[in-house]
Design a protein around this ligand. Structure first.
Ligand SMILES: Cc1cc2nc3c(=O)[nH]c(=O)nc-3n(C[C@H](O)[C@H](O)[C@H](O)COP(=O)(O)OP(=O)(O)OC[C@H]3O[C@@H](n4cnc5c(N)ncnc54)[C@H](O)[C@@H]3O)c2cc1C
Length: 401
């Protein structure tokens, strides 16, 4: 089957990326989004370089500020700043950013149905049947990228419990007068998480998050304290919260005809709670496995589970382990970042994507379609065997940026 009919559910970074790549390879793609677009998404909107590399150029036109200076804070240690151009964070508002990803998918040929929640999904050996308020829809395969808590993957018996589940609260406030301009703040000391201050175009996003259930009741107070430390009045904005599932889900991430991507698969990391880059990458993986299935290279989509765990698992496990160790003594960990060039570089590597699965591997230098990105691109042949590397979906996604 060369041109499968694909239903992609959820127009966040994961779903829109899968929809765009599949439409580009000629699939008949329908992207279902529950809400009317553009829709807001609760998020700090900090895009690391690894996320920036995986989106089309138009998505970077809505970046409101680029921040390469970060102030790190911890109890008993005070604060210090690091400058890291290689780890520049691009600050976006998700409403506009996500819309650019949907528009790119539409330009590639995907049909976008917004304000169309998928109410039910059923899979059999011939395909996938979807029910919306507007009627029924049949597809050969589906990408479920409906975010947390991903009701649809549960409906299908996929996904299950994430390795960790962070709760994050955030509020939009004016800029702080005690933070230097063009500087983000990461404040540690909270068990299982941290606080952030992200300057955007005309305001700052201030938040706290933790994967420790014991901290969740205290988070509102932690957020208020952190805002006051920044010289801000926490009651000047509306505090909202949402979950960030991290470290992959323990149950299956795919069946014969359905794959999970993004928060639906719990692809965020447990150290920074960073979800966008991993969601984008899992969208690439989803498109790749469906492409391989359509080409007849594999008989079912179940291989997505093995691939996603193989590609993301080691990095997510490593960051989860670092989170645990750092939590044991955050001051010592940050002292390491402050005093040791090696430790600092490793931390910058993780943010910049200079380590696997985002690391450059010489094998794929020729795989960059446009030739312009060869020196900077991540791609190892992530989802193809090295011997068979022929411009994998990863490279195609990166070249579109
Ligand atoms: C407070 C907070 C701050 C964060 N800050 C950052 C940050 O600074 N940087 C970072 O990298 N990550 C951050 N994250 C994590 C990041 O927001 C997520 O990991 C990321 O959005 C996941 O993308 P996704 O495409 O999987 O899901 P989402 O972006 O959640 O998109 C899922 C989409 O599916 C739609 N949907 C749901 N159900 C249905 C249905 N039945 N039918 C049709 N559509 C449906 C939803 O409306 C939504 O549009 C933060 C998260 C939170 C909660």
């Amino acid at each position: 089957m060369s041109q499968p009919r694909v239903a992609v559910i959820g127009a966040g970074p994961a779903g829109s990326t899968a929809a765009r790549l599949l439409a580009e390879r000629g699939a008949d793609v329908t992207l279902f989004e529950a809400r009317r677009l553009p829709r807001p998404k609760l998020c700090g909107g900090g895009l690391t370089p690894k996320a920036q590399r995986l989106v089309p150029r138009e998505a970077l036109e809505v970046v409101e500020r680029r921040v390469e200076r970060v102030e790190l804070r911890a109890p008993h240690l005070g604060s210090f700043r690091i400058e890291a151009p290689a780890a520049t964070i691009a600050m976006v508002e998700r409403t506009r950013f996500d819309l650019t990803l949907v528009e790119a998918a539409a330009r590639a040929g995907a049909e976008v149905r917004d304000a169309t929640p998928v109410l039910d999904i059923v899979e059999d050996e011939t395909g996938v049947a979807i029910r919306t308020a507007g009627g029924r829809f049949a597809a050969d395969v589906a990408v479920v990228a409906d975010g947390e808590p991903s009701a649809l993957s549960r409906r299908l018996g996929l996904g299950g419990t994430p390795h960790r589940l962070a709760l994050a609260l955030e509020v939009d406030l004016p800029f702080s007068s005690v933070v230097a301009p063009e500087t983000a703040v990461l404040a540690f000391g909270l068990r299982g998480g941290y606080g952030w201050y992200f300057p955007k175009g005309d305001h700052a996003n201030v938040g706290v998050g933790s994967y420790r259930a014991s901290e969740h009741r205290r988070l509102r107070g932690d957020l208020a304290r952190f805002a006051r430390d920044l010289g801000l009045d926490p009651s000047a904005g509306h505090v909202r919260g949402h979950w960030i599932p991290q470290g992959l889900r323990t149950g299956p991430l795919a069946s014969d005809r359905v794959v999970l991507a993004g928060d639906a698969a719990a692809t965020a990391d447990a150290l920074f709670g960073e979800g966008i880059s991993y969601a984008l990458l899992s969208g690439v993986a989803a498109a790749q496995v469906i492409g391989d299935w359509a080409d007849g290279a594999i008989g079912s989509l179940q291989d997505h589970d093995r691939r996603l765990r193989g590609v993301l698992g080691p990095a997510l496990d490593r960051l989860g382990a670092i989170a645990l160790v750092a939590e044991g003594s955050i001051s010592v960990a940050l002292l390491g970042v402050r005093l040791s060039h090696t430790v600092r570089e490793r931390a910058i590597d993780a943010i910049a994507g200079r380590s696997a699965p985002f690391a450059i591997d010489g094998r794929c230098e020729l795989a960059c379609a446009c030739g312009l990105h060869a020196a900077e691109l991540a791609p190892r042949a992530l989802f193809v065997e090295p011997a068979g590397c022929d411009r994998c979906a990863w490279c195609l996604a990166a070249c579109a940026a």
